[in-house]
Ligand binder design. Structure first.
Ligand SMILES: [Zn+2]
Length: 225
């Protein structure tokens, strides 16, 4: 495949792979070494763009970018950074739908390395297990903090929750703006993208409708805490 074909795949945001494509040696080097190396490479990029790295304002940028990539934006690449999601026995035998909505999504498009910002809305029907509510937010945060494709983010969150909660009955909606669509290319400032993945009882459209109605009801509230 030549560079033009590869560019088209990225520009059309085609999901090619369900799993984040990682090299076999992805985590052989410690983070500190990765930061040093990325810093060096980013210096080259800036120099190539014609920037003067002796300028006070620019001289620290390669280090800042490298640290930001490794420690913040892409921390979710590391399996050892996945939040521990301990599931508890569902003692109250709650067997109705539970919704966690407006979970912030701060991600990065893997095709352009530009931000994807939006919200995730998640519902599940407990079987024998429940998890702490904040754990759902943390899982979304974790899978968001890696170079992503929105469809894959949706699927990775779904599959992790299905496993953690020991039930197929989970639904995940992600609505997000892609800066690669709003700031370059078509430069559409208003459009956003919605993706959905689900399993178990949510294969039944009446259950999905129930979830969507609850989201609407939630939106009608104005919480101020
Ligand atoms: Zn993109």
């Amino acid at each position: 495949m030549d560079d033009v074909q590869k560019e088209l795949i990225g520009d059309n945001h085609v999901l090619v792979n369900k799993d984040t494509p990682l090299r076999a040696d992805a985590f052989d080097k410690p983070d500190e070494v990765k930061v040093k190396n990325i810093q060096r490479h980013f210096e080259r990029i800036m120099e190539e763009l014609g920037l003067d790295l002796t300028d006070d304002s620019l001289s620290g940028t390669p280090y800042r970018v490298a640290k930001m990539y490794v420690k913040e934006l892409f921390y979710g690449l590391r399996p050892d950074r996945r939040p521990k999601v301990s599931a508890f026995e569902n003692k109250y035998a709650y067997d109705k739908i539970l919704v966690e909505q407006d979970i912030v999504v701060d991600s990065v498009c893997e095709h352009h390395f530009l931000p994807i910002v939006g919200y995730a809305h998640i519902g599940y029907i407990p079987s024998g297990k429940v998890v702490g509510l904040s754990k759902i937010n943390r899982l979304v945060d974790y899978y968001s903090h890696r170079p992503q494709v929105q469809e894959r983010l949706c699927l990775q969150v779904l599959e992790d929750l299905q496993e953690s909660l020991e039930t197929e009955s989970v639904i995940v909606i992600v609505s997000a703006k892609h800066l690669c669509v709003s700031s370059r290319g078509i430069k559409d400032k208003s459009s956003f993208t919605t993706t959905m993945e689900y399993g178990g009882v949510f294969n039944d459209s009446t259950k999905r409708d129930q979830f969507l109605k609850l989201l609407e009801a939630g939106r009608a509230q104005s919480f101020s805490v």
